[in-house]
Ligand binder design. Structure first.
Ligand code: HEM
Length: 524
């Protein structure tokens, strides 16, 4: 027994026999630790970085009203993806082409939903429109009706005479101002023009007479301005949903009043349409305007299985009136302001117009594809002043890893297209208005996600083809028909911007028109 025990002790303490055992044990421990760490490693990446914040209110007290430039500043310190705690709402801010590509292309199905602000829910007939509808069969039906049916190139061609009528009417108005030596508020004039173009395409000849059209136009400008202002205003109800029923800032109440006013106008026009339709039984399909068409779908059904209700009709009217007017007219206003500060751009655009259109002619839409320089001007304006600087915020339907960070389900994702368009690592002299950069195919301009003023993916703007025609046609007509002078005492246009869901010029652009065509008939 004793000798047995001694043999065992000898074996254990003998260095030659202990060493392999110790190495094997150490290796086993290391392997166990590695496996344990691997299993324990969190499967989700961390949240994006966040600037200093306070308890409960988070980053809210530090927000600057000009969100687009404020977010751009923060991205210089916190990188191309960072987070803000807006009360209990998590906001993720994206400021790079590669991360925008991940969201709008690679993970588009996940990010194509909306985090709907209380104000938006109040104005969209309970999310019956395109902008705020969740992705699904109803949204697909509405987009199809809007993009493929109403705003198709063939349909837009068919209603060219309406765009022409409204634009010629604007040129006449500006000519009267020129004759009397008056100044013109370019933004206001263009808003009215775009509104009249859109509403005449929507409900055509229902508004009889200049006076009624102009009165409705003025009222709409006021209403649309208030809506986009309220949609961009930070709202406690969105940051602390538990308090939303108190509507502490009264934003939903204000929106409800605005909705009632719009609804009254829509209901009246629809009623007039129906009465007219009854009298005019022989109405043929080609003569239908968009509202006729939508009312027909509402009555007779459409090719999808989804019901198309009167609320959808009104919500689509709202999308086009609210989504199409300020976006387009503000772009024209910024274009004129940028060009006024660089008179050589006006000279070059007018030389091109004189060559393509001629001074004894008026601009037609058929001229637009040949106006290469002016096309570059519009691209450059939308680079520097994209109408929706943060797009319409997206919202992931499930948590998703982006750029090595987790973007949690339900967060509000702002894509700062304004900042991406001004990124000095991608654009040469990014703050300079240089239309000619588009002629030599600026490297940044050729990459899809360094320039996307209309968004990208499923939620890309539904009105691009119409916007492109209206903006270019209007700008071409303004520059072809008139020379423009700054008001007395002003030597440089102020280009500062005011943030709202739609970007505005902080100060209206007021200019003096001077007729440049010799034949007065061309203004009539
Ligand atoms: C210069 C003019 C315009 C610009 C720069 C512009 C830009 C945009 C942008 C950036 C979005 C959001 C994309 C996103 O969420 O990622 C959008 C959405 C939309 N736009 Fe436009 N837009 C313009 C004119 C128009 C016009 C004229 C209409 C219609 C008449 C229109 C109708 C819409 C609609 C319905 C949506 C919502 C699409 C959806 O959520 O599925 N837009 N637009």
């Amino acid at each position: 027994m004793d000798s047995c025990f001694a043999t065992l002790c000898d074996f254990l303490i003998s260095p030659s026999s202990f060493l392999p055992f110790a190495v094997a044990a150490a290796a086993a421990i290391i392997i166990i630790i590695i496996i344990y760490k691997t299993i324990r490693r969190p499967s989700t990446p961390p949240l994006p970085p966040c600037p200093f914040r306070l308890p409960i209110v988070g980053n809210l007290p530090f927000l600057d009203p000009n969100l687009h430039s404020y977010f751009a500043q923060l991205s210089c310190t916190h990188g191309p993806i960072f987070r803000l705690h807006l009360g209990s709402k998590l906001a993720i801010i994206i400021t790079s082409p590669s991360l925008s590509r991940q969201i709008l292309r690679d993970h588009d199905p996940t990010f194509a939903n909306r985090d709907v602000p209380a104000a938006a829910a109040a104005i969209s007939y309970g999310r019956s429109d395109i902008v705020w509808n969740p992705i699904g069969p109803t949204w697909r039906m509405l987009r199809r009706i809007c993009v493929r049916e109403m705003l198709s190139p063939t349909n837009l061609d068919a209603v060219y005479h309406l765009r022409r009528r409204e634009l010629r009417s604007a040129i006449r108005q500006i000519q009267s101002a020129a004759i009397s030596g008056a100044v013109v508020d370019v933004g206001a004039e263009m808003f009215l023009t775009v509104l009249n173009i859109i509403t005449s395409m929507l409900w055509g000849g229902t508004m009889e007479g200049e006076e009624e059209r102009s009165a409705v136009g003025k009222m709409f400008r006021h209403l649309v301005g208030e809506i986009t202002e309220l949609l961009g205003r930070p709202n406690v109800s969105d940051f602390f949903p538990a308090m939303s029923r108190f509507d502490l800032q009264g934003i939903v109440k204000e929106m409800t009043v605005l909705l009632e006013r719009f609804d009254g106008i829509f209901a009246r026009i629809i009623e007039m349409k129906r009465e007219k339709g009854l009298k005019d039984e022989k109405k043929v399909e080609e003569k239908m305007d968009f509202l006729d068409y939508m009312l027909m779908l509402e009555e007779k059904g459409n090719e999808s299985k989804e019901p198309f209700t009167i609320n959808h009709v009104k919500a689509l009217l709202m999308d086009m009136v609210v989504g199409g007017t300020e976006t387009s007219s503000n772009t024209i206003e910024f274009a004129m302001a940028e060009m006024m500060n660089k008179p050589e751009t006006i000279k070059q655009a007018q030389e091109e117009l004189d060559k393509v259109v001629g001074k004894d002619n008026v601009v037609e839409e058929s001229h637009l594809p040949n106006l290469h320089y002016l096309n570059m001007v519009i691209k450059e304006v939308l680079r520097l002043h994209p109408a929706l600087p943060l797009l319409v915020p997206h919202c992931p339907s499930s948590s998703c890893a982006i750029g090595g960070f987790t973007v949690p389900k339900g967060s509000r994702v702002f894509i700062n297209v304004w900042a991406i368009h001004r990124d000095e690592t991608m654009w040469e002299d990014p703050l300079d208005f240089k239309p000619e950069r588009w002629s030599y195919g600026d490297a940044a301009g050729s990459s899809e996600f360094s320039y996307f003023p209309f968004g990208s993916g499923r939620r890309i703007c539904a009105g691009i083809s119409m916007a492109e025609r209206m903006v270019l046609y209007s700008l071409a007509s303004l520059l072809h028909s008139f020379d423009w002078k700054m008001a007395p005492g002003i030597t440089k246009m102020d280009l500062s911007e005011k943030f709202g869901i739609v970007l505005k010029k902080a100060k209206p652009l007021v200019l003096m028109p001077v007729p440049r065509l010799s034949n007065p008939q061309l203004y009539s």
